[in-house]
Design a binder for this molecule. Structure first.
Ligand code: FES
Length: 613
């Protein structure tokens, strides 16, 4: 606070001092064409974290949106500064974008922490960009407003709707089963992406966009606006205006990311039949925000939630239909008191206030709460001697006949081994088998690739069998489906019991009872474990340096969100060590307190600097 009681902006401590270094800082910024005195005017400086990249076509339009956000910021009296971060293009990165989610979160965190900004707009969209930005921002705790880029238009191919990921898998299975010519399949590749934007089914990107809105981090009703629509540009303008107000209100992200906000996000995810990836991401975001959230909360909170949103892959429609029907405000209004409706949001209002006027325009796309597609069919958390720290299954994507099942394991030690052998005519597998693949967890692969929906052998597909119980320590794409038990923790590469299963063992699964059991006695498991300890598996010994090494050494297990152990919690907005350039500013620093307290330095450090003078 200044003497007159006004809150001093973070940016003004950097730019608006009478010091040599502030002349250098302001002088360089005039290269951007800022009007005279802009950074000494007390206007909030708004960062716009832009994850646009040609290597991430889902986010390709975010530069255009950033221009509209900038216009809104200027109009509201702020100063917008766009900056790039790394971007994670789901279809363009190996082995998996999940390997780099934590890296992007660190990029965002360190840029926010090191830069003289008062508030930030996060522009993301493709699967991992949204959680990475929220994780980074939660660690810094500035006023923060997210705007995801919106879904792409629904694909069209010879009169058929095409859903990214989902239809691709269906068509590929049809080709393998001999019911569709391969030429059709390859011809469809030009027809999936009719525009920029993220996948338009209820995959991970759509789930995380909805989750961000349910958390209170997006303006109400905006997560579903299709990417190319003009409404999205108008919304970007409003986002620019609103973030300036949020700075004046000191509405920081920590006031929004409460346990109630996470409860809402989990429940809305269930009502959307969202991706299981949301489990990992929400655990990681909560960890950064210092909010208690455990794997068991997902099971508890999702049990009574009606499945309302009728979108592929589990349902029928696409994201543009969800928007046409009224979007997330309708979903949240229909969930009513099942949500923490008093949770604060970026509007400065509660969830209840935000959705009070929502109207539904298509009850088949967003079902009334009394006529849901199902109840309690969200993510279930299974435990047992095969997954002591938990595993998850997306119930809405699973086959009813397999929800209680007992079968003999067919085990592969790697995804490569599975792919090489799964279609072999002599493979001993039938419709009752339980397919197990290990060493594809957070450390094992590394990055926990989306391969948990393991392929169905050709010989079973030809017999019309299109689902098996599949168990692994990997993840499943939100656009995929099947009776897939995933995120098994601890993973095999971390010494989990998944590494002890042998082909021929009996495995029983009871999803309603929330158990997954390897029917092998404790003594035998102990004997196998002792054997394994003598020859521990090192999945990727070539990873000896760089970010990969950092990842393998520090990634947490799936039940903890696969964040890095050293990133849990936040750093706050103060830069590392303060402002070293201010130490030599005696002659020009007329306001000693201002100069030494650059960026909210801790009190004790401010005092020690005063004493040093
Ligand atoms: Fe980017 Fe699906 S590939 S959202």
């Amino acid at each position: 606070m200044d003497d007159d009681g006004a809150r001093r902006l973070r940016s003004s401590r950097f730019y608006d001092t009478r010091s040599q270094v502030s002349v250098a800082r302001n002088g360089h910024m005039y290269a951007l064409g800022l009007p005279p005195g802009a950074l000494r005017s007390g206007r909030p400086v708004i960062g716009i974290a832009n994850s646009a990249s040609d290597l991430n076509p889902c986010n390709a339009h975010l530069g255009d949106l950033a221009d509209h956000v900038k216009a809104g910021v200027w109009e509201a009296g702020g100063i917008p500064l766009v900056f790039p971060t790394i971007s994670l293009g789901e279809t363009n990165m190996l082995p998996t974008t999940m390997l780099f989610r934590n890296l992007m979160s660190m990029d965002v965190e360190e840029m926010l922490r090191a830069s003289p900004i008062d508030g930030v707009v996060l522009l993301g969209g493709c699967d991992k960009t949204t959680p990475a930005q929220l994780m980074g921002a939660a660690s810094v705790d500035l006023p923060t407003l997210m705007m995801t880029g919106g879904p792409m238009l629904t694909g069209q191919f010879r009169g058929e709707d095409l859903g990214t990921g989902t239809t691709l898998r269906e068509m590929a299975d049809e080709v393998r089963a001999g019911s569709r010519p391969a030429e059709d399949f390859f011809a469809s590749e030009m027809c999936y992406a009719r525009s920029a934007g993220h996948c338009m089914v209820m995959g991970t990107a759509s789930t995380m966009a909805g989750v961000a809105e349910a958390l209170g981090m997006q303006l109400p009703g905006t997560s579903t606006i299709p990417a190319p629509e003009t409404e999205r540009k108008r919304t970007a303008h409003l986002v620019g205006r609103r973030i300036v107000e949020m700075v004046h209100e000191d509405l920081r992200i920590s006031k929004i990311l409460t346990r109630g906000a996470f409860e809402n996000a989990v429940k809305v995810s269930a009502a959307m039949s969202g991706s299981t990836n949301a489990v990992l991401h929400l655990l990681a975001i909560a960890g950064r925000a210092g909010v208690r959230l455990e794997l068991e909360d997902f099971d508890t909170w999702m049990r009574e939630i009606p499945w309302l949103v009728n979108l592929r892959p589990a349902g029928q429609y696409y994201m543009s239909d969800l928007h046409r029907a009224g979007g997330l405000p309708v979903v949240m209004k229909r969930l009513g008191d099942l949500l923490a409706t008093d949770a604060l949001t970026v509007t400065g209002k509660t969830v209840a206030e935000n959705v009070a006027d929502a109207e539904c325009y298509d009850d088949d796309v967003i079902r009334p709460a009394g006529r849901p597609l199902g109840v309690g069919q969200g993510t279930a958390v299974l435990r047992g001697n095969l997954a002591p720290d938990g595993a998850v299954i997306k119930q809405a994507a699973a086959s009813e006949r397999l929800m209680r099942h007992r079968g003999r394991a067919v085990v592969f030690d790697s995804i490569e081994q599975c792919e090489a052998l799964i279609h072999h005519p002599d493979l001993d597998i039938d419709e009752d088998s339980v397919l197990v693949v290990r060493n594809v967890g957070p450390r094992g692969y590394p990055g926990m690739p989306e391969v948990a929906n393991l392929p169905i052998p050709h010989k079973l597909l030809e017999r019309g069998i299109d689902d098996l119980v599949r168990i692994s320590d990997a993840r499943m794409s939100g656009t995929a489906y099947g009776t897939v038990i995933q995120h098994v923790a601890p993973e095999a590469a971390a010494g989990g019991p998944l590494g002890l299963v042998r082909s021929g063992d009996w495995i029983s699964v009871d999803v309603p009872g929330r158990t997954v059991t390897l029917e092998v006695g404790e003594a035998e498991l102990a004997r196998r474990d002792a054997e394994r300890a003598e020859a521990p598996g090192v999945c990727h010994p070539e990873i000896t340096r760089g970010y990969g090494r950092l990842y393998v050494d520090h990634v947490l297990q799936a039940d903890q969100g696969a964040d890095f152990d050293f990133l849990v919690g936040g750093s706050g907005p103060a830069p590392y060590g303060g402002d070293p350039h201010m130490l030599d500013e005696d002659e020009l620093a007329h306001d000693l307190e201002t100069a030494a307290s650059a960026w909210e330095l801790p009190e004790e450090l401010r005092l020690s600097r005063k004493a040093a003078r």
